[in-house]
Design a protein. Structure first.
Length: 150
């Protein structure tokens, strides 16, 4: 004799589907009853007032401010307009593990920690050494490269 193809998980899924369908039907009936009870309210509107806030009343036209198209300026500053920054930074080695080949340098100016790898070193470094370095974007943030002892 063959076994039934209906498994426990299939029957549970079917029960959930039926329950969802019944809940949806109940919600529809409740909305329909509320509409019949309160009357048709129609589409609700939301207005934006002169400050940009949403309200349920129309905005006062006297408070409306009009701008000329020529007054609106959209631009991006050019690179030559920006002040040039020295790429070489100074810092102190806060941690360096020579056996694993990586460490961290603490920038003197902004107290940020930057990761450094042995491949980015020019001189041998150890903890508490004062160094100069440049920054380069890495996979997880900024990395210190071209690290030299001061």
């Amino acid at each position: 004799m063959a076994k039934s193809q209906q498994t426990f998980s299939k029957s549970e899924k079917e029960k959930k589907r039926l329950k969802k369908r019944l809940d949806k039907q109940k919600k529809m009936d409740a909305r329909k009853a509320e509409k019949d009870e309160n009357g048709s309210a129609g589409i609700q509107f939301a207005y934006v007032d002169h400050n940009g806030n949403l309200t349920d009343t129309p905005p006062d036209p006297d408070l409306k401010v009009e701008y000329e198209l020529e007054d609106i300026q959209i631009s991006v500053s050019k690179k030559e307009d920006l002040p040039e920054e020295d790429p070489v930074r100074k810092g102190k080695v806060s941690f360096f593990d020579s056996s694993k080949g990586f460490g961290f340098i603490l920038d003197i100016e902004n107290n940020e920690k930057y990761f450094t790898h042995v491949s980015g070193l020019i001189d041998e470094i150890a903890e508490n050494d004062k160094v100069s370095f440049e920054l380069e974007r890495g996979m997880r943030g900024m990395n210190a490269v071209k690290v030299t002892k001061i």
